[in-house]
Design a protein. Sequence first.
Length: 233
Amino acid sequence: MEHTGVAAEDAEMLCNEEPESKAGAKAKRKPPTIFGYDIRYFFVGMIVFAFFGFCAENIGRMAVQHIFDCRHQILPFLFAYGIALLAVYVFMGTPDELRFFNIRIFKEKTPLKRVLSHVIYFAVIFVFILGGEIAVGTIYEEFAGVILWDYSNIPTHITRYTSIITTLLYGGGVYLLMAFAFKPMMRLIMKMGTKAATIVDCTLGIAIVLDFIATIVIMFVTGSAPEYWSVAW
């Protein structure tokens, strides 16, 4: 009978410990990551790239057309550039650590392979931008009747939506950011803490997505892109 009592006590202790063990497991569960980066920090990085995109497009327009404008959105963040960062990083990482999703392309970091890694990275970025601009521009034109940009007057243009010159410039910018600025930027972002990152994601991040959706809806409903403000000289 004594053994029965002891067994009953042990069973009761195990039952009491089980919820605590589950709670501990939940507490130790790691947050979702995007190839090593906490998803909350990566979303902040996407927001930063969305702002870089807004600046890059307006710098180009100021230099060529003497125009600084809203780029068809209310906020100075272009959501497409944030998505581009996600796609590029998930697909092939950074120039120093070139990969195809989870597969590392060069396992040994010899000087020659490092150069090849950077050359291949830039080449893929170039093709990605060249094809992406044609695809996106054509989709808007075909389905919404909107021509968002036109490179027809630029030498080396391929269709109205892209050109060798502009692709080299945009591709070079993306390459330089991913090669030299991405990791320092992410280290800086991670210093803000997960709570602050979550607040930024849930406020500014959601506002950027809604702004982008509103632009899409306006274009498909009205057949024209919204122009909230513009400065020309």
